[in-house]
Ligand binder design. Structure first.
Ligand SMILES: *[C@@H]1O[C@H](CO)[C@@H](O)[C@H](O)[C@H]1NC(C)=O
Length: 183
């Protein structure tokens, strides 16, 4: 065997060993949650840096672009969750904990956005960016609910019962933010 072939064989073996330790489905969902968290943090930081007013078109654009990236990740994550097998007890607990861990960042991002709403009224060269933010939030709400819904169907029955409490609280925050931009 040539050295390159040996390395390839070892890589394949190592990968299949890793895959047998962490079930692929749970690992995929956990990895998606990690990506969502990183991209959501980016949006949060964009909103925090948004000064508001006529000279903030570039910052408004960054919020839009990073939100769209997050939205695509949520769509893919919903598909990954839908494709997953039902999760074991321990995987259900790990996945539920990880998804629940997104709550604080979701709330602080939406609250921050709402608090900065007046600044969006003149953000696009003096014109309002409210409708763009509104439409983006509507998509994020739908895709977040689809992701949460698809993950929920893979959890153990006990955890499935708890999930609506969290999902509806997240949805409530989205509705409130969407209302703030419905001017
Ligand atoms: C699963 O995600 C799809 C979009 O990929 C969505 O249409 C569907 O409503 C979701 N299912 C649940 C149970 O939320």
């Amino acid at each position: 065997m040539k050295p390159a072939n040996i390395i390839t064989t070892l890589t394949v073996l190592a990968t299949s060993v890793a895959a047998s330790i962490i079930p692929r489905d749970a690992a995929t969902i956990l990895n998606d949650v990690k990506t969502i968290k990183t991209q959501l943090q980016k949006v949060h930081d964009d909103v925090q840096a948004f000064p508001g007013g006529p000279s903030s078109a570039l910052q408004a654009l960054a919020i839009k672009s990073d939100s769209d990236t997050l939205d695509k990740t949520l769509q893919q994550s919903a598909k990954d969750a839908a494709a997953s097998s039902p999760l074991s007890d321990s995987d259900s607990a790990t996945v539920a904990t990880s998804v629940t861990g997104l709550q604080t960042l979701i709330y602080s991002t939406l609250d921050l956005l709402v608090s900065k709403e007046p600044g969006f009224k003149t953000a696009v060269f003096g014109g309002s960016a409210d409708s763009i933010v509104h439409d983006t939030l509507v998509s994020l709400r739908v895709d977040t609910a689809a992701f949460a819904g698809n993950v929920t169907t893979k959890l153990t029955p006990q955890l499935q019962k708890l999930a609506p409490l969290i999902s509806s609280d997240i949805d409530f925050h989205f509705v409130r933010a969407i209302q703030a931009f419905s001017t």
